[in-house]
Design a protein around this ligand. Structure first.
Ligand code: DCP
Ligand code: MG
Length: 362
């Protein structure tokens, strides 16, 4: 084992991520779909559809289908799959049910997306006690909600999240402090949050492929090449991560976007689409009893150039007419006559943090 300072914290962090979340809700509610390739996302329109896959069942993943893949490609990979449009309100309800179960245990909870959350269970004192709790949580979610999840337990948030991913579905992976580095070391550097495609390629250039390589690399060389942010990355590679479970951090925005079947510069179609998107985000806002202050409109032109424009009101509002009018005014400001591929609306700056980030691109 290399000579590296480990994170020596006594914390015990639990990360839970629901398995194939939207697809699981659909398969739970419609038993006929079980064991079938099920794809949730945009309408495939016999292979000519636009937009993307939100998620799919593991049976569909066996055909190579993945989240965020163009729906047309998913159709080519498995034309006989069951393609469903998302029914967002049911997923929000299931998400709230899961979070309610997690809250009953009284530990600090940070919901980070519609289907994942961290709990700081350090108070339990030992990993075996935390493992018992994780088993109970999985069991309660399965028996009460008919859904499976995967849980990672570790001394840090980053490692707990990585642990919840390794044994999906229905997984439970425990990484105790003494196993922290052996767990991380063989993983590709890309697994470290903050290392995307570009940084991964830059690290490859200097021979760094695994987390072990990064942890052992001369920090001065890394700083010279990547700047001081290299220090934080090398810390993460060594298992050092002091980030805390922050309660009430889940809600960032409610958003909805849509890809046009054919790129368009038709102002009437654009206006009608804004109306439809505004109606949906406003409905989500009201379902969650939220009020917001900021409206953002997003436009992606042909060629994937994306522009956004936001406006923040002095007061919170949930009024659909105000929000829709604002969205129309923003689109008028940024529409430059070029053909549009995608339009989106996001509402943010909420007066309560009691919901979750809700983004749906189909
Ligand atoms: N989602 C989406 N678009 C994406 C990724 C995800 O709309 N590009 C939605 C659908 C997912 C949900 O968010 O069901 C949760 O995302 P996850 O990344 O946790 O994916 P799943 O829960 O579907 O699958 P897994 O079992 O791999 O966690
Ligand atoms: Mg998930």
């Amino acid at each position: 084992m290399p000579d590296i300072a480990f994170g020596t914290s006594q914390r015990i962090i639990l990360h839970l991520d629901m398995d194939r979340f939207y697809a699981s809700v659909e398969m739970r509610d419609r038993p006929k779909l079980r064991r079938k390739p099920v794809v949730i996302g945009a309408d495939p329109n016999h292979g000519k559809g636009r937009g993307v896959v939100a998620t799919c069942s593991y049976e569909a993943r066996a055909f190579g289908i993945r989240s965020a893949m163009p729906i047309s490609q998913a159709f080519v990979l498995c034309p006989h799959a069951v393609f469903l449009s998302p029914d967002f309100s049911r997923y929000v309800k299931a998400s709230a049910d899961v979070m309610a179960i997690l809250k009953t245990h009284g530990f600090p909870l940070q919901q980070v997306s519609i289907d994942e959350a961290f709990l700081d269970v350090s108070r339990l004192g030992t990993f075996p006690a935390a493992t018992d709790l994780a088993v109970r949580i999985k069991d309660t979610i399965l028996t009460r909600l008919g859904l499976t999840c995967s849980i990672g337990l570790a001394p840090t948030k980053v490692v707990a999240k990585l642990a919840s991913e390794v044994h999906k579905p229905d997984g439970l992976i425990v990484v105790e402090p003494e196993n922290l580095f052996s767990f991380l070391a063989p993983m590709p550097v890309r697994k470290i949050p903050g290392i995307g495609k570009k940084s991964e390629a830059d690290l490859f250039d200097i021979g760094i492929r695994t987390i072990r390589d990064l942890a052992a690399f001369d920090i001065q060389v890394l700083i010279a090449r990547f700047g001081r942010s290299a220090i934080a990355l090398q810390d993460l590679a060594a298992g050092i991560d002091r980030s805390e479970v922050k309660e009430r951090e889940g809600v960032k925005s409610v958003s909805r976007e849509t890809t046009f079947t054919n790129d368009t510069d038709d102002e009437h179609l654009i206006a009608v689409t804004i109306d439809a998107l505004a109606e949906e985000v406003c409905r989500n806002l009201s379902d969650e009893s939220l009020h917001c202050r900021t409206v953002t409109v997003k436009v992606r032109y042909q060629g994937f150039v994306t522009k956004t424009k936001a406006r923040t009101f002095p007061h919170y509002t949930g009024d659909p007419v105000t929000l829709r009018t604002c969205a129309h005014s923003l689109i008028r400001d940024i529409f430059d006559g070029r053909k549009i591929r995608l339009l989106g609306i996001r509402l943010s700056s909420f007066d309560t943090c009691d919901a979750l980030q809700m983004t749906l691109g189909v």
